[in-house]
Design a protein around this ligand. Structure first.
Ligand code: ZN
Length: 134
């Protein structure tokens, strides 16, 4: 089967285990854009068993907290669509009042040129440390 997310990580891996991975998406406007990707082909949240749901939410919240610790954003956006790939995944996006689309979703109409927050290499280091720390 040809599946992009099975063949490629989809970004720089910040954390992974047998069930999920957390990546840093290479996005020029949103350098701290993270994505939590379930490793297996699972379509809906309700397809996960209770232990899997707990595991996913643990790491989703941990990702949110890591972004807050590292960047102190004005808001965190959490989104799950999954219309294009057979992997359950969550977008975890730190938002700032001066970013390109604020207060619209990052997929909405641009509001201004926008200020990117963070530099990819430094973000990868800091977020990896925050995700793996206590
Ligand atoms: Zn796949």
């Amino acid at each position: 089967m040809h599946c992009e997310l099975c063949r490629h990580d989809g970004g720089q891996v910040l954390y992974h285990d047998a069930q999920l991975r957390i990546i840093l998406v290479a996005d020029d406007d949103y350098p701290a854009f993270c994505r939590l990707i379930w490793q297996g082909h699972v379509k809906e949240m309700s397809d996960l068993d209770p232990a899997q749901r707990e595991h996913l939410f643990h790491w989703l919240i941990r990702t949110e907290q890591a972004l807050r610790t590292v960047l102190n954003p004005d808001k965190i956006n959490l989104a799950s669509f999954g219309n294009m790939v057979p992997h359950l995944h969550w977008h975890v996006i730190p938002r700032f009042s001066d970013d390109r689309h604020f207060p619209q979703p990052v997929w909405g109409a641009a509001q201004r040129d926008g200020v990117p927050h963070g530099e990819p290499a430094a973000l990868a280091l800091a977020l990896t440390a925050a995700l793996h720390g206590d």
